[in-house]
Write a protein that binds this ligand. Structure first.
Ligand SMILES: CC(C)(COP(=O)(O)OP(=O)(O)OC[C@H]1O[C@@H](n2cnc3c(N)ncnc32)[C@H](O)[C@@H]1OP(=O)(O)O)[C@@H](O)C(=O)NCCC(=O)NCCS
Length: 116
């Protein structure tokens, strides 16, 4: 999947041993892109790596001619919401009860997008 021209993937690696500390995968369609996932190892969070990774992904998307990035995030995910807002992502809407699998109480997904 990552080798496909319709996807862009980036990673953050630990310098001495190359251990993966985080990764991000984005799907590209025409001049729009959807961030499918971005994650930093829990032990490495709040050290600026998520911001660095998102900056790298967005830079790569700009170089590929992407004009708009979209994503969805759980409404209770304060860390991700703050990160995205700091990159000028704006709320487009909400998908009620979107995260339901294996949960007693389904959670809403917030739809965000950002114009490049
Ligand atoms: C969201 C995530 C990628 C952030 O990674 P990170 O490396 O911890 O983020 P950074 O240290 O680069 O912080 C960047 C900004 O994110 C926000 N942030 C990060 N952690 C936060 C926390 N625990 N609480 C509130 N805001 C937080 C802040 O705005 C922060 O900027 P600031 O430090 O200038 O205030 C990480 O928490 C993660 O992997 N979460 C689990 C996976 C996930 O939810 N991914 C998003 C799915 S859409």
């Amino acid at each position: 999947m990552i080798a496909s021209e319709n996807y862009l993937a980036d990673g953050v690696f630990h310098e001495p041993d190359g251990q993966v500390l985080g990764f991000s995968i984005t799907r590209l369609v025409a001049d729009e892109a959807e961030i499918l996932t971005i994650a930093i190892d829990p032990r490495a969070r709040q050290q600026g790596m998520g911001r660095q990774l998102l900056e790298t992904q967005i830079g790569g998307l700009v170089r590929k001619g992407i004009r708009r990035i979209m994503l969805e995030v759980e409404d209770s995910n304060e860390a991700a919401l703050k990160l995205y807002r700091s990159f000028n992502f704006h709320r487009d809407g909400v998908r009620k009860g979107y995260y339901a699998q294996g949960r007693i109480a389904p959670a809403d997904a917030i739809l965000l997008s950002c114009q490049l």
